[in-house]
Ligand binder design. Structure first.
Ligand SMILES: Cc1cc2nc3c(=O)[nH]c(=O)nc-3n(C[C@H](O)[C@H](O)[C@H](O)COP(=O)(O)O)c2cc1C
Length: 576
């Protein structure tokens, strides 16, 4: 058996991997000597490549005038990207440095020739992208070798590729893989700059390792983890100490005690959730609109055709729905998650394709979904929450789209709270008396068929739920486990929250009721959960609209607790 390296050499390999950084600041003016640059390029040139095709070329750029022209190209793309960002993200982005084209003495371009070696290049015929992967491996070698030489490397991808290719005189069959800014630096940061800036977080390794099949997550030598069980185990009560500190601070702030009304409670709850006073500001925020179709639509419970679900998804993605307008106003991002739309959706940016099935079954005829499907939807929701938090969001907002989903919500609410279907069923998007009667009847028939047991939340979800309800329940649980606030929209989110809280009662600590919707079942739900809605405007749209309206209120509650002066600090006399 071949031997590994002696321990100190092995440690050095792992050290360079751990300490390699994307560097954008603190470059020094010293030139990079030719022999050093040569060693780093030789390391790149030793990368593995598909069929040993070595598809890379390296273009070394030092000319100032050329770098200025290239920097101008990057600036333009940066400005375009910034113009598209929601409020809090745009402010954070403004603070980020994304390139050091002019601050470094050398810029390197790594290209890829996807045709090199002809058609029989081993492996590339079946997977043409392997040519690009090979050039990326050359970049990885270069990046590690540079770190060992004390050279910082910053990768810039803010380019229109053909614009850059033209500037470099690149023939049309070559692709730009990487634009790298290279130079000596004052130091290497201990963690990614984007992590330090709160833009994104590192995902735990355990989320990324699967045993045998995708979805069976688990580290080598450990039992596969059950993501749902993991999340349920991680959900804990609020931090009493942080809540006391927040209450005390509210009383010392330069205002009459209690004068911020419900916002004081919000701030205290945010502190309890974060385990810190003041808690982090709940921004950036992201609305996740979970979309799915419902078999119960066949019972004539909605005047809208089922195709509207898919059409509205397209509208959200095109930015044309009310939730997009409200989110733009509040500075939140909109993400759409297809968990069960009964149509094939085109892959576009902003859409997370996580379809469990093309719509649920009709719950008046049998369970809406299998228990496995309900579990899969819950896990999908909690993974969306995790990913959005890893992407740097500090506030999650529920959204939903699914024609007939108020009928499924009414059934869930009755099952969890024991409410009478006549009290929990509403007119949804607006229906006539006959449709309303059919809707109540469908809920009644469903309840008598399934005889739901609220102590079996998964069974209740499977009996009636939409995929969006189950996914939203998982989303809420995911937020609670990561101790990030989740602002609930209307009756659909409320029904999902009932399921989440039935699975983990402490999940309620993460829930903030954005608004009270017009559906009667929503009021029943909020009472049952003990949540006070922040906005009460008779909205009955869904999509996340009511919750997005409440975002500035939740943010203001946190900001007041953080920023307002106390009687002591401001030298203002207290009433006492
Ligand atoms: C393909 C790729 C493109 C990147 N593009 C940019 C970029 O345009 N601007 C930037 O500042 N960083 C860019 N980065 C750097 C990443 O932000 C950085 O690698 C990540 O935050 C992790 O930090 P670390 O490399 O220090 O571990 C890019 C990285 C990769 C791998």
């Amino acid at each position: 058996m071949a031997e590994g390296y002696p321990p100190e050499q092995r440690d050095a390999v792992y050290r360079v991997i751990a300490e390699r950084r994307d560097v954008r600041r603190g470059f020094r003016p010293e030139p990079v000597p030719a022999d050093v640059l040569g060693r780093v390029l030789a390391a790149a040139h030793q990368a593995p490549s598909v069929g040993f095709s070595q598809p890379w070329d390296f273009i070394v750029i030092t000319d100032r005038a050329r770098r200025e022209r290239i920097a101008a190209l990057a600036r333009r793309r940066r400005d375009e990207f910034a113009a598209d960002l929601p409020g809090a993200r745009a402010r954070a982005f403004d603070q980020l440095k994304i390139e050091s084209i002019l601050d470094t003495p050398v810029n390197l371009v790594v290209s890829c020739d996807r045709t090199r070696g002809g058609r029989h290049t081993l492996g590339r015929a079946t997977q043409p992208r392997t040519a690009d992967f090979s050039s990326v491996l050359a970049v990885a070698n270069l990046w590690l070798a540079a770190r060992a030489e004390g050279l910082g490397v910053g990768w810039v991808s803010f380019f229109d590729e053909r614009e850059l290719a033209a500037e470099l005189g690149l023939p049309p069959h070559l692709e730009v893989i990487a634009y790298l800014c290279v130079g000596y630096v004052t130091d290497f940061a201990p963690e990614p700059e984007l992590a330090a800036a709160g833009w994104a977080r590192r995902r735990p390794l355990a989320w990324a390792v699967h045993a045998e099949e995708f979805g069976r997550r688990g580290l080598p030598g450990e039992e596969p983890v059950d993501p749902l069980a993991d999340v349920l185990a991680a959900i804990a009560p609020p931090d009493a100490e942080a809540m006391t500190a927040a209450r005390e601070r509210q009383d010392r702030m330069t205002k009459p005690r209690g004068s911020l009304g419900a916002l004081e409670d919000i701030s205290v709850r945010l502190a309890g959730l974060a385990g810190a006073c003041p808690p982090p500001l709940p921004e950036p925020a992201c609305v996740a609109v979970f979309a799915a179709d419902h078999g119960v639509h066949a019972q004539g419970v909605s005047p809208w055709p089922q195709e509207v679900t898919a059409q509205m998804v397209a509208n959200f993605l095109a930015g044309g729905a009310v939730v997009n307008a409200f989110a733009a106003q509040a500075g939140a991002e909109v993400t759409v998650v297809d968990v069960g739309v009964a149509a094939d959706l085109e892959a576009v940016p902003g859409l997370l394709p996580r379809k469990i099935a093309r719509g649920t079954a009709d719950f008046t005829a049998g369970p809406a979904m299998t228990r496995d499907q309900a579990t899969a939807a819950l896990v999908t929701g909690l993974e969306v929450a995790r990913d959005l938090v890893a992407a740097g969001n500090r506030c999650l907002i529920t959204g939903d789209m699914g024609i007939a989903n108020t009928t499924a919500s009414a059934a869930l609410i009755c099952a969890f709270t024991g409410a009478d279907p006549a009290d929990a069923t509403g007119r949804g998007t607006g229906i006539d008396a006959a449709t309303y009667a059919r809707k109540i009847d469908a809920v009644c028939r469903g309840l008598s068929r399934h005889q739901p047991d609220p102590a079996d939340p998964l069974g209740v979800l499977a009996a009636f739920g939409g995929f969006e309800h189950a996914a939203l329940a998982g989303f809420i649980l995911g937020a609670a486990a990561l101790r990030v606030p989740v602002i609930l929209d209307g009756v659909i989110a409320g029904a999902a929250a009932l399921a989440a809280v039935a699975l983990a009662p402490d999940a309620i600590c993460a829930c903030f009721a954005g608004h009270r919707g017009a559906e009667p079942g929503h009021a029943v739900t909020l009472d049952y959960l003990g949540l006070r809605p922040l906005v009460d405007l008779g909205l009955r749209l869904g999509e996340g609209t009511g919750a997005v309206l409440a975002l500035p209120l939740v943010q203001s509650a946190a900001r007041a607790l953080r920023d307002a002066a106390t009687f002591d600090s401001a030298g203002v006399a207290d009433k006492h």
